[in-house]
Write a protein that binds this ligand. Structure first.
Ligand code: ZN
Ligand code: ZN
Length: 400
Protein backbone atom coordinates (compact mmCIF):
# COMPACT_ATOMS: atom_id res chain seq x y z
CA UNK A 1 0.00 0.00 0.00
CA UNK A 2 1.25 3.49 -0.75
CA UNK A 3 2.09 5.61 2.22
CA UNK A 4 0.22 8.96 2.43
CA UNK A 5 3.52 10.73 1.77
CA UNK A 6 3.80 9.13 -1.64
CA UNK A 7 0.13 9.72 -2.35
CA UNK A 8 0.52 13.41 -1.64
CA UNK A 9 3.75 13.51 -3.59
CA UNK A 10 2.11 11.83 -6.57
CA UNK A 11 -0.79 14.26 -6.41
CA UNK A 12 1.64 17.15 -6.24
CA UNK A 13 3.64 15.91 -9.22
CA UNK A 14 0.48 15.29 -11.19
CA UNK A 15 -0.90 18.74 -10.46
CA UNK A 16 2.49 20.28 -11.18
CA UNK A 17 2.48 18.73 -14.60
CA UNK A 18 -0.92 20.19 -15.25
CA UNK A 19 -0.28 23.63 -13.72
CA UNK A 20 3.47 23.94 -13.37
CA UNK A 21 3.55 27.67 -12.75
CA UNK A 22 1.12 27.78 -9.86
CA UNK A 23 1.72 24.61 -7.87
CA UNK A 24 4.36 24.67 -5.15
CA UNK A 25 7.21 22.16 -5.15
CA UNK A 26 7.23 20.38 -1.80
CA UNK A 27 4.94 19.10 0.90
CA UNK A 28 5.36 22.09 3.22
CA UNK A 29 4.38 24.35 0.39
CA UNK A 30 1.40 22.12 -0.50
CA UNK A 31 0.17 22.52 3.07
CA UNK A 32 0.50 26.29 2.77
CA UNK A 33 -1.15 26.28 -0.62
CA UNK A 34 -4.14 24.31 0.71
CA UNK A 35 -4.38 26.67 3.68
CA UNK A 36 -4.21 29.70 1.43
CA UNK A 37 -7.15 28.45 -0.57
CA UNK A 38 -9.35 26.94 2.11
CA UNK A 39 -8.65 28.66 5.41
CA UNK A 40 -10.28 31.92 4.44
CA UNK A 41 -13.35 30.03 3.20
CA UNK A 42 -13.63 28.00 6.42
CA UNK A 43 -13.17 31.20 8.36
CA UNK A 44 -16.05 32.85 6.64
CA UNK A 45 -18.31 30.03 7.91
CA UNK A 46 -16.93 30.24 11.46
CA UNK A 47 -18.59 33.53 12.38
CA UNK A 48 -19.90 32.78 15.87
CA UNK A 49 -17.05 34.18 17.91
CA UNK A 50 -16.01 37.06 15.72
CA UNK A 51 -15.22 40.21 17.71
CA UNK A 52 -17.43 43.21 17.01
CA UNK A 53 -15.56 46.47 16.50
CA UNK A 54 -16.39 50.13 16.03
CA UNK A 55 -13.94 52.21 14.09
CA UNK A 56 -13.35 55.06 11.71
CA UNK A 57 -12.78 54.03 8.11
CA UNK A 58 -12.29 55.58 4.70
CA UNK A 59 -14.40 54.00 1.94
CA UNK A 60 -12.19 55.23 -0.91
CA UNK A 61 -9.17 57.44 -1.55
CA UNK A 62 -11.11 60.71 -1.58
CA UNK A 63 -13.65 60.09 1.20
CA UNK A 64 -13.22 61.37 4.74
CA UNK A 65 -12.89 58.88 7.59
CA UNK A 66 -16.33 57.97 8.97
CA UNK A 67 -17.82 55.80 11.70
CA UNK A 68 -17.93 52.14 10.64
CA UNK A 69 -18.80 48.89 12.38
CA UNK A 70 -16.93 45.71 11.45
CA UNK A 71 -15.72 42.38 12.83
CA UNK A 72 -12.31 41.08 13.81
CA UNK A 73 -11.19 37.47 13.91
CA UNK A 74 -12.13 35.38 16.91
CA UNK A 75 -9.61 35.14 19.73
CA UNK A 76 -7.07 32.40 18.93
CA UNK A 77 -5.01 30.51 21.52
CA UNK A 78 -2.04 32.86 21.17
CA UNK A 79 -4.10 36.05 20.77
CA UNK A 80 -5.03 38.86 23.08
CA UNK A 81 -7.98 41.22 22.83
CA UNK A 82 -7.11 44.82 23.64
CA UNK A 83 -9.65 47.53 24.45
CA UNK A 84 -8.01 50.49 22.76
CA UNK A 85 -7.71 53.65 24.85
CA UNK A 86 -5.54 55.87 22.64
CA UNK A 87 -4.34 55.79 19.08
CA UNK A 88 -1.71 58.06 17.49
CA UNK A 89 -1.97 59.60 14.04
CA UNK A 90 1.08 58.87 11.87
CA UNK A 91 1.74 60.55 8.53
CA UNK A 92 1.81 57.10 6.91
CA UNK A 93 -1.87 56.68 7.90
CA UNK A 94 -2.66 59.64 5.64
CA UNK A 95 -0.56 58.29 2.76
CA UNK A 96 -2.42 54.98 2.87
CA UNK A 97 -5.90 56.42 3.37
CA UNK A 98 -5.31 58.49 0.23
CA UNK A 99 -3.74 55.49 -1.56
CA UNK A 100 -0.55 57.45 -2.20
CA UNK A 101 1.60 54.30 -1.89
CA UNK A 102 -0.77 52.21 -4.05
CA UNK A 103 -2.59 49.02 -3.13
CA UNK A 104 -4.85 50.37 -0.40
CA UNK A 105 -7.80 48.06 0.32
CA UNK A 106 -11.02 49.84 1.23
CA UNK A 107 -12.57 50.26 3.65
CA UNK A 108 -9.37 51.07 5.53
CA UNK A 109 -9.20 51.57 9.30
CA UNK A 110 -5.77 53.15 9.89
CA UNK A 111 -3.73 53.42 13.08
CA UNK A 112 -0.51 51.71 14.17
CA UNK A 113 0.27 53.57 17.38
CA UNK A 114 -2.09 51.74 19.70
CA UNK A 115 -2.34 51.67 23.48
CA UNK A 116 -5.01 49.97 25.55
CA UNK A 117 -5.79 47.37 28.19
CA UNK A 118 -5.97 43.63 27.68
CA UNK A 119 -9.59 42.54 28.05
CA UNK A 120 -9.20 38.84 27.15
CA UNK A 121 -6.37 36.38 26.52
CA UNK A 122 -6.25 33.16 24.48
CA UNK A 123 -5.73 29.81 26.22
CA UNK A 124 -2.04 29.67 25.32
CA UNK A 125 -1.07 33.20 26.35
CA UNK A 126 1.24 33.45 29.35
CA UNK A 127 2.87 36.82 28.67
CA UNK A 128 -0.24 38.93 29.39
CA UNK A 129 -3.24 38.86 31.68
CA UNK A 130 -6.52 40.70 31.69
CA UNK A 131 -6.06 44.33 32.77
CA UNK A 132 -2.45 44.68 31.56
CA UNK A 133 -1.52 47.87 29.75
CA UNK A 134 -0.50 46.91 26.22
CA UNK A 135 0.65 48.43 22.95
CA UNK A 136 0.60 47.50 19.29
CA UNK A 137 2.88 49.13 16.75
CA UNK A 138 3.34 48.75 13.01
CA UNK A 139 3.19 44.93 12.72
CA UNK A 140 0.92 42.21 14.09
CA UNK A 141 2.44 38.98 12.69
CA UNK A 142 5.23 37.44 10.61
CA UNK A 143 6.47 33.96 9.72
CA UNK A 144 8.54 33.62 12.90
CA UNK A 145 10.82 31.06 11.25
CA UNK A 146 13.15 32.92 8.90
CA UNK A 147 16.51 34.44 9.83
CA UNK A 148 15.10 37.95 10.01
CA UNK A 149 12.16 36.96 12.21
CA UNK A 150 14.45 34.95 14.48
CA UNK A 151 16.82 37.88 14.85
CA UNK A 152 14.11 40.41 15.84
CA UNK A 153 13.82 41.99 12.43
CA UNK A 154 10.25 40.91 11.73
CA UNK A 155 9.70 43.99 9.57
CA UNK A 156 12.01 42.38 7.01
CA UNK A 157 10.54 38.83 7.14
CA UNK A 158 12.37 36.91 4.41
CA UNK A 159 9.19 34.96 3.61
CA UNK A 160 7.45 38.30 2.91
CA UNK A 161 4.94 37.45 5.63
CA UNK A 162 5.18 40.58 7.72
CA UNK A 163 1.56 41.45 8.49
CA UNK A 164 1.17 45.17 9.01
CA UNK A 165 -1.30 46.46 11.57
CA UNK A 166 -3.70 47.75 8.93
CA UNK A 167 -4.25 47.51 5.18
CA UNK A 168 -2.31 44.23 5.08
CA UNK A 169 -3.41 40.69 4.20
CA UNK A 170 -3.12 38.60 7.35
CA UNK A 171 -1.37 35.59 5.80
CA UNK A 172 -0.57 34.20 9.25
CA UNK A 173 -4.22 34.01 10.36
CA UNK A 174 -7.49 34.30 8.46
CA UNK A 175 -6.19 35.94 5.26
CA UNK A 176 -8.47 38.91 5.73
CA UNK A 177 -7.18 42.49 5.56
CA UNK A 178 -6.11 43.95 8.86
CA UNK A 179 -7.84 46.92 10.49
CA UNK A 180 -5.87 49.33 12.67
CA UNK A 181 -6.18 51.34 15.81
CA UNK A 182 -8.76 53.99 14.99
CA UNK A 183 -11.19 51.61 16.68
CA UNK A 184 -12.37 50.49 20.09
CA UNK A 185 -10.52 47.16 20.13
CA UNK A 186 -8.01 44.93 18.36
CA UNK A 187 -7.18 41.22 18.30
CA UNK A 188 -3.46 40.56 18.01
CA UNK A 189 -0.94 37.75 18.36
CA UNK A 190 0.53 38.14 21.86
CA UNK A 191 4.06 37.83 20.41
CA UNK A 192 3.49 41.16 18.63
CA UNK A 193 2.00 42.97 21.61
CA UNK A 194 4.16 45.14 23.86
CA UNK A 195 4.05 45.68 27.60
CA UNK A 196 3.50 49.39 28.20
CA UNK A 197 5.11 50.44 31.50
CA UNK A 198 2.46 51.79 33.89
CA UNK A 199 4.78 54.64 34.90
CA UNK A 200 4.44 56.31 31.49
CA UNK A 201 1.58 58.79 30.94
CA UNK A 202 -0.85 56.59 29.05
CA UNK A 203 -2.39 59.58 27.26
CA UNK A 204 0.91 60.35 25.55
CA UNK A 205 2.54 56.98 25.05
CA UNK A 206 0.90 55.84 21.76
CA UNK A 207 3.26 57.66 19.32
CA UNK A 208 6.22 55.78 20.80
CA UNK A 209 4.94 52.69 18.96
CA UNK A 210 5.93 54.17 15.57
CA UNK A 211 7.70 57.55 15.90
CA UNK A 212 9.52 56.36 19.02
CA UNK A 213 10.87 53.07 17.67
CA UNK A 214 11.70 54.58 14.26
CA UNK A 215 14.14 56.98 15.90
CA UNK A 216 15.28 54.82 18.84
CA UNK A 217 16.30 51.88 16.65
CA UNK A 218 19.09 53.56 14.64
CA UNK A 219 20.28 55.65 17.60
CA UNK A 220 20.66 52.44 19.60
CA UNK A 221 22.19 50.48 16.70
CA UNK A 222 24.91 53.12 16.28
CA UNK A 223 25.55 53.19 20.02
CA UNK A 224 24.88 56.89 20.41
CA UNK A 225 26.24 57.95 23.78
CA UNK A 226 28.07 60.62 25.77
CA UNK A 227 30.73 62.34 23.71
CA UNK A 228 28.85 62.03 20.40
CA UNK A 229 27.67 65.09 18.53
CA UNK A 230 24.29 64.32 16.95
CA UNK A 231 22.44 66.53 14.47
CA UNK A 232 18.69 66.05 14.06
CA UNK A 233 17.29 67.28 10.78
CA UNK A 234 13.60 68.20 10.81
CA UNK A 235 11.43 69.03 13.83
CA UNK A 236 8.22 67.03 13.48
CA UNK A 237 6.79 63.78 14.84
CA UNK A 238 10.04 61.87 14.24
CA UNK A 239 12.49 64.73 14.81
CA UNK A 240 11.20 65.69 18.23
CA UNK A 241 11.48 62.06 19.39
CA UNK A 242 15.02 61.82 17.99
CA UNK A 243 16.03 64.88 20.03
CA UNK A 244 14.59 63.51 23.27
CA UNK A 245 16.04 60.02 22.84
CA UNK A 246 19.51 61.16 21.72
CA UNK A 247 19.68 63.58 24.68
CA UNK A 248 18.71 60.74 27.05
CA UNK A 249 21.49 58.60 25.52
CA UNK A 250 23.96 61.28 26.57
CA UNK A 251 24.79 62.89 23.22
CA UNK A 252 25.22 66.57 22.50
CA UNK A 253 22.21 67.26 20.25
CA UNK A 254 21.81 70.01 17.67
CA UNK A 255 18.53 70.72 15.92
CA UNK A 256 19.19 71.47 12.25
CA UNK A 257 16.43 73.52 10.67
CA UNK A 258 15.82 76.21 8.07
CA UNK A 259 13.25 77.78 10.35
CA UNK A 260 14.71 79.97 13.15
CA UNK A 261 11.32 80.11 14.87
CA UNK A 262 11.90 76.45 15.88
CA UNK A 263 14.94 77.35 17.98
CA UNK A 264 12.96 77.89 21.18
CA UNK A 265 10.95 74.68 20.78
CA UNK A 266 14.12 72.69 20.09
CA UNK A 267 15.62 73.98 23.33
CA UNK A 268 12.46 73.05 25.25
CA UNK A 269 12.75 69.51 23.89
CA UNK A 270 16.30 69.34 25.23
CA UNK A 271 18.43 70.20 22.17
CA UNK A 272 21.73 71.77 23.22
CA UNK A 273 22.38 73.72 20.03
CA UNK A 274 20.51 75.04 17.00
CA UNK A 275 21.78 75.34 13.44
CA UNK A 276 19.84 77.65 11.16
CA UNK A 277 20.66 76.37 7.67
CA UNK A 278 19.66 79.67 6.09
CA UNK A 279 22.68 81.32 7.74
CA UNK A 280 25.87 80.71 5.73
CA UNK A 281 28.04 81.57 8.74
CA UNK A 282 26.33 78.94 10.89
CA UNK A 283 26.72 76.32 8.16
CA UNK A 284 30.44 77.11 8.09
CA UNK A 285 30.66 76.88 11.85
CA UNK A 286 29.16 73.37 11.83
CA UNK A 287 31.18 72.11 8.86
CA UNK A 288 32.64 68.61 9.63
CA UNK A 289 31.12 68.86 13.12
CA UNK A 290 28.75 65.93 13.66
CA UNK A 291 29.45 62.25 14.40
CA UNK A 292 25.88 61.44 13.36
CA UNK A 293 23.03 63.15 11.58
CA UNK A 294 19.57 61.64 11.79
CA UNK A 295 17.49 62.93 8.88
CA UNK A 296 13.73 62.81 9.54
CA UNK A 297 12.67 64.89 6.53
CA UNK A 298 10.52 63.25 3.87
CA UNK A 299 10.19 66.36 1.65
CA UNK A 300 12.84 66.82 -1.08
CA UNK A 301 16.05 68.37 0.31
CA UNK A 302 19.75 68.76 -0.46
CA UNK A 303 21.59 65.81 1.11
CA UNK A 304 24.97 67.12 -0.05
CA UNK A 305 24.61 70.24 2.10
CA UNK A 306 24.03 68.17 5.25
CA UNK A 307 26.61 65.46 4.46
CA UNK A 308 29.21 68.26 4.57
CA UNK A 309 28.35 68.78 8.24
CA UNK A 310 29.62 65.29 9.14
CA UNK A 311 33.08 64.56 10.46
CA UNK A 312 35.36 62.01 8.79
CA UNK A 313 33.65 58.60 9.07
CA UNK A 314 30.49 60.34 10.23
CA UNK A 315 27.18 58.55 9.79
CA UNK A 316 24.12 59.96 8.01
CA UNK A 317 20.94 58.06 8.95
CA UNK A 318 17.76 58.52 6.92
CA UNK A 319 14.47 57.73 8.62
CA UNK A 320 12.40 59.98 6.38
CA UNK A 321 12.72 59.29 2.68
CA UNK A 322 11.29 61.54 -0.05
CA UNK A 323 9.20 59.88 -2.76
CA UNK A 324 11.63 60.96 -5.52
CA UNK A 325 15.09 59.31 -5.79
CA UNK A 326 17.73 60.92 -3.58
CA UNK A 327 20.23 63.17 -5.43
CA UNK A 328 23.62 62.57 -3.88
CA UNK A 329 26.99 63.62 -5.22
CA UNK A 330 29.37 60.66 -4.75
CA UNK A 331 32.09 63.01 -3.51
CA UNK A 332 29.80 64.03 -0.60
CA UNK A 333 30.28 60.60 0.95
CA UNK A 334 33.66 59.61 -0.49
CA UNK A 335 35.40 62.67 0.94
CA UNK A 336 35.78 61.72 4.61
CA UNK A 337 34.74 58.05 4.21
CA UNK A 338 31.23 58.94 5.28
CA UNK A 339 28.51 56.38 5.84
CA UNK A 340 25.06 56.88 4.37
CA UNK A 341 22.44 54.56 5.81
CA UNK A 342 18.75 54.28 6.64
CA UNK A 343 16.48 52.63 9.14
CA UNK A 344 12.94 51.26 9.08
CA UNK A 345 10.93 51.02 12.35
CA UNK A 346 12.34 48.24 14.59
CA UNK A 347 11.81 44.65 15.77
CA UNK A 348 9.36 43.63 18.48
CA UNK A 349 11.93 43.06 21.24
CA UNK A 350 13.64 46.28 20.24
CA UNK A 351 10.28 48.09 20.51
CA UNK A 352 9.88 46.66 24.02
CA UNK A 353 13.42 47.85 24.85
CA UNK A 354 12.48 51.31 23.55
CA UNK A 355 9.37 51.46 25.78
CA UNK A 356 11.42 50.37 28.79
CA UNK A 357 14.12 52.94 27.94
CA UNK A 358 11.47 55.67 27.67
CA UNK A 359 9.99 54.61 31.01
CA UNK A 360 13.44 54.68 32.62
CA UNK A 361 14.12 58.20 31.31
CA UNK A 362 10.47 59.37 31.35
CA UNK A 363 10.56 60.19 27.64
CA UNK A 364 7.20 60.93 26.08
CA UNK A 365 6.16 62.58 22.84
CA UNK A 366 4.57 66.02 22.77
CA UNK A 367 0.96 65.38 21.87
CA UNK A 368 -2.40 67.03 21.22
CA UNK A 369 -5.39 64.95 22.28
CA UNK A 370 -8.42 64.91 19.98
CA UNK A 371 -11.84 63.27 19.75
CA UNK A 372 -12.24 60.77 16.92
CA UNK A 373 -14.73 62.99 15.07
CA UNK A 374 -11.93 65.57 14.67
CA UNK A 375 -9.73 63.12 12.76
CA UNK A 376 -10.28 64.58 9.28
CA UNK A 377 -9.38 68.10 10.45
CA UNK A 378 -6.37 66.62 12.22
CA UNK A 379 -5.22 65.02 8.94
CA UNK A 380 -5.26 68.42 7.26
CA UNK A 381 -3.30 69.92 10.13
CA UNK A 382 -0.68 67.15 9.85
CA UNK A 383 -0.36 67.98 6.15
CA UNK A 384 0.04 71.66 7.09
CA UNK A 385 2.70 70.77 9.75
CA UNK A 386 0.33 72.38 12.24
CA UNK A 387 0.74 70.03 15.20
CA UNK A 388 3.21 69.85 18.07
CA UNK A 389 4.10 67.10 17.37
CA UNK A 390 1.69 64.20 17.27
CA UNK A 391 -2.09 63.86 17.47
CA UNK A 392 -3.46 61.22 19.82
CA UNK A 393 -7.07 60.13 19.47
CA UNK A 394 -9.04 59.49 22.66
CA UNK A 395 -10.76 56.30 21.51
CA UNK A 396 -13.42 56.51 24.25
CA UNK A 397 -15.01 59.21 22.05
CA UNK A 398 -16.01 56.58 19.49
CA UNK A 399 -18.87 55.27 21.67
CA UNK A 400 -22.12 56.22 19.99
ZN1 ZN B 1 3.83 55.28 11.57
ZN1 ZN C 1 9.96 35.67 8.67
Amino acid sequence: MLKPFFCLRSVNIAIKLLYPSVIPANLAQIKLWIENIFVSKLWSIKKDNMIKSKGYAAKDSTSPLEYWEFERRELGANDVLIDILYSGICHSDIHQVHDEWGGTQYPIVPGHEIVGRISAVGSGVTKFKKGDLAGVGCMVASCGQCDNCKSDQQQFCSEKKTVWTYNSKDVMHDHSYTFGGYSNNIVADADFVLHVPESLDIKKVAPLLCAGITTYSPLKRWNISKGHKVGVLGLGGLGHMAVKIAVAMGAEVTMISHSPRKKEDAALLGAHKFLNTHEAEEIKEFSSYFDFIIDTVSAPHDYNLYLALLKTKGVYICVGIPAAPMQINGRSIMGGNKILTASSIGGIQETQDMLDFCAQHNILPETEMIDIDYVNEAYQRVLDSDVKYRFVIDMSTIEK
